[in-house]
Write a protein that binds this ligand. Structure first.
Ligand code: GLU
Length: 416
């Protein structure tokens, strides 16, 4: 049977597995599965050549039972409403897994940011912000960076929102530049959080990080820093990739040299001392730790039998399908699921928002220490839940998260 790769169908399947274990009431199940609000906007943008191009964008709020909606905005040609719905629901479960007071949301614009100039990107971002203005805000829904958006994008959103309001509203987005209400440590937070849970997973597998061979797929914000941090921990990075292609070296790749090479040439390929490797070959390499840090549906029933990693830490959202999950669990491969492994980003977003609302800013070590406490505690809770029910870590995380959102929903009751 061919696997259904629709991300929202996958998200619902993952939810159902946990809901079955929790013996969740069917009425409640429907509430928790369905996104609370979905907004589709069209975004007319004056292009540099003088013509107008109309883009389509989305903002989905999946659940707000435990706090305002929270989640990134993605700029990618492959964005679909179902993908944004899935990503929004994963945010709900992610925030509940690490126990921060947010619901889940996500945004996306169908565009290819690599083909847009900086001023076109700015106009697109400002118009998109103005279109979703009625449903965002520090107490309503707080966007952040995701695939191909960054601190500059967040600065434009903050400015557009603030100009419309008539006063500076720092807490409307997170992942802002540090000089503009951003938090120290936010830029590296997804990777830091991932590093912390990888260390915990290594303890479970009785591996020492410094003896590990690591493969990282994707060299954006999460992947590049994850590779750097694991290398600093003494691990050997044997393969890396970006959207243009992968590189491999048995002796290990220096991540600083890789970053420099990518800055200079726009790609990782042809870095001295490495050979070219395809995406499939990279995923199937013999290694201790595999970090998928790119897009969804990378490990599927098609390639799962050939995956040889001992630990998979999902820095990306949705890289593993439910069919693949089952086999990985049977094979004893530890999968640290996205809603835990990449939750460091939104956790430091929470710290940023709290700092913005208080107007009092923390130093970097305070941020990193607080992040480590949150991540290690969450890993332990997820691990204990999975041992107790004899389930994989993903289902463990969902049991914990769905349980928390269910409790909040029941305590609040149904309006009206
Ligand atoms: N886009 C990131 C994620 O998928 C960060 C979201 C946030 O900081 O709100 O978790």
């Amino acid at each position: 049977m061919v696997e259904d790769l629709n991300p929202f169908e996958i998200a619902k399947k993952q939810f159902d597995t946990a809901a079955d274990l929790l013996k969740l009431d069917p009425d409640l199940r429907d509430i928790l599965k369905t996104p609370k609000r979905q907004l589709i906007v069209s975004i007319p943008v004056r292009m540099d050549n003088g013509h107008i191009k109309v883009f389509e964008g989305y903002r989905v709020q999946h659940n707000i039972a435990r706090g305002p909606a929270k989640g990134g905005i993605r700029y990618h040609p492959g964005v679909t409403l179902d993908e944004v719905k899935a990503l929004a629901s994963w945010m709900t479960w992610k925030c509940a897994t690490v126990n921060i007071p947010y619901g889940g949301g996500k945004g996306g614009v169908i565009c290819n940011p690599k083909e847009l100039s900086k001023s076109e990107l700015e106009r697109l971002t400002r118009r998109y912000t103005s279109e979703i203005f009625p449903i965002i805000g520090p107490e309503i829904d707080i966007p952040a960076p995701d695939v191909y958006t960054d601190a500059q994008t967040m600065a434009w959103i903050m400015d557009t929102y603030s100009m419309t309001k008539g006063s500076t509203v720092l807490g409307v987005v997170t992942g802002k530049p540090v000089g503009l209400g951003g938090s120290l440590g936010r830029n590296t937070a997804t990777a830091r959080g991932c590093e912390y849970v990888i260390k915990e997973a290594c303890k479970v597998k009785r591996l020492a990080v410094k003896n590990c061979q690591v493969v990282v797929q994707g060299f954006g914000n999460a992947g590049s820093y994850a590779a750097e941090f694991l290398q600093k921990d003494g691990a050997k990075i044997i393969a890396l990739s970006d959207s243009k292609g992968g590189i491999y070296s048995k002796r290990g790749i220096d991540t600083a040299a890789a970053t420099e090479h990518k800055k200079k040439t726009g790609a990782l390929m042809e870095l001295k001392g490495t050979t070219v490797i395809s995406n499939q070959e990279l995923l199937e390499l013999k290694c201790d730790i595999l970090v998928p840090a790119a897009l969804e549906n990378q490990i599927t029933t098609e390639n799962v039998a050939r995956i040889k990693a001992k630990i998979i830490a999902e820095a990306a959202n949705g890289p593993t399908t439910p069919g693949a999950d089952r086999l990985l669990f049977e094979k004893g491969i530890v999968v640290v699921p996205d809603i835990l492994a990449n939750a460091g980003g939104v956790t430091v977003s929470y710290f940023e928002w709290a700092q913005d609302l208080q107007g009092y800013f923390w130093d970097e070590s305070e941020v990193n220490n607080a992040l480590e406490r949150v991540m290690v505690r969450a890993f332990k809770e997820v691990y204990e839940t999975s041992v107790k029910h004899r389930i994989d870590l993903r289902t463990g995380a969902y049991v914990l998260a769905v349980g928390r959102v269910m409790e909040a929903t029941q305590m609040r009751g149904l309006f009206p």
